[in-house]
Design a protein around this ligand. Structure first.
Ligand code: DP6
Length: 360
């Protein structure tokens, strides 16, 4: 598929108004997207677990403009209050996708959004937020254009979400989602995420993700700036081919439930992501002392107990601890006894593999 396939045919009848609500989950990447080309094209392929409880709920209300013009018009409310600081990002997003959802200019949009995770948890809401908004726009398209298949609906929602935030294209459907063209996965695309098409062992199908909230403040360097620093990065080419390689190597690991090999790839990906930050120019560090304390404790715990717990990181200081459901109770004890002390205000979020976005 190409971009052109997402430009709708002309439409004649426009509803006066409407309202739709979607809840979209966050996701955690196993192979990381870090570096991009123009138009939100990833520099390398990635794969993620869709999460369950960490989610954004967005209501989109649309009302026909009295007088047609070609301006984007919207109001945004975050947790019930107007949120001016979000406006530029939404404006850029709507401008970027205008060609694919041309009817937005015929309406004034009211966007109301809220997150399931604590307000300032330091958890990026751009993935779930952009996914929820993209899904609302697709429901709007469905009302205007009539029948579209479920497959096309999800594919275009992912395509639109990507134009808001790259990782958001992996927050539409559940399970394991892959994004970015790569030879080892036929059907993979730079334009949208797809459901991982190969066998996945049951151990991964209810995997747990406990998010240890190490630092809840604003990040010093945004993901967008970080991605851009991969241009002219001395290790970029090596890193990009490593991501292709890791995706290929994950295939038998995911099929066989090989947790030992899984852990090696996932932890290496997390540390490589941060190594790219450490070696960018300008260089930066998003991990905090407690991030490293937690990583060391996870390693010690694994060594001592042989339990298959591992960590991954996103572009921040928080640690995502991944493990099979069968050891949830003992891991929970470990968190209470050893890890909570390293979390800001003792906070963490228990999450797990989810089934994807839902229409409310
Ligand atoms: C480290 O999707 O937040 O979480 O496309 O600029 O919005 P933009 O970036 P974003 O980058 C996420 C990077 C990451 C890795 C990942 O999720 O794959």
């Amino acid at each position: 598929m190409t971009e052109k396939d997402f430009v709708p045919n002309s439409y004649k009848v426009l509803p006066e108004e409407g309202r739709v609500t979607w809840k979209a989950p966050s996701n955690i990447a196993l192979v990381k997207y870090w570096g991009k080309k123009p138009d939100q094209i990833p520099a390398n392929p990635s794969i993620s677990f869709t999460l369950d409880t960490s989610a954004t709920t967005t209501t989109l209300a649309f009302r026909r403009k009295r007088r047609a013009d070609s301006k984007i018009s919207f109001d945004l409310f975050f947790e019930g209050e107007p949120k001016e600081s979000f406006n530029p990002k939404i404006q850029t997003f709507l401008e970027r996708i205008e060609n694919y959802v041309p009817f937005v200019k015929d309406y004034h949009l009211t966007i109301e959004t809220s997150n399931s995770f604590p307000h300032s948890s330091g958890i990026a809401s751009s993935a779930s937020g952009m996914a929820a908004l993209a899904l609302c726009l697709m429901s709007m398209e469905k009302q205007i254009l009539g029948d579209i298949t479920a497959d096309f609906f999800n594919r275009k929602a992912s395509f639109l979400a990507r134009l808001g935030s790259g990782s958001a294209c992996r927050s539409i459907e559940g399970g394991l989602i892959q994004w970015g063209g790569t030879d080892s996965i036929s059907g993979s695309s730079d334009l949208f995420g797809i459901q991982y098409p190969f066998e996945v062992h049951p151990v991964f199908q209810d995997f747990q993700d406990t998010i240890l909230l190490v630092h809840k403040g604003q990040k010093q360097v945004s993901s967008t700036v970080g991605h851009n620093l991969m241009h002219d990065h001395p290790y970029a080419e090596g890193r990009f081919s490593q991501a292709h390689e890791n995706l290929k190597n994950l295939k038998p690991i995911l099929a066989q439930g090989d947790l030992e090999a899984f852990i090696k790839i996932v932890e290496s990906e997390a540390l490589t992501l941060h190594a790219m930050m450490l070696t960018s120019l300008p260089y930066f560090i998003l991990m905090k002392p407690d991030t490293l304390e937690i990583i060391n404790k996870i390693w010690q715990y694994r060594e001592k107990t042989n339990h298959s717990v591992c960590f991954t990181l996103d572009a921040g200081a928080n640690v995502h601890m991944l493990y099979p459901k069968s050891i949830k109770d003992v891991v929970s004890q470990f968190i209470q006894n050893e890890l909570v002390a390293h979390c800001e205000n003792g906070q963490w979020i228990d999450d797990q593999l989810g089934k994807g976005a839902v229409l409310l």
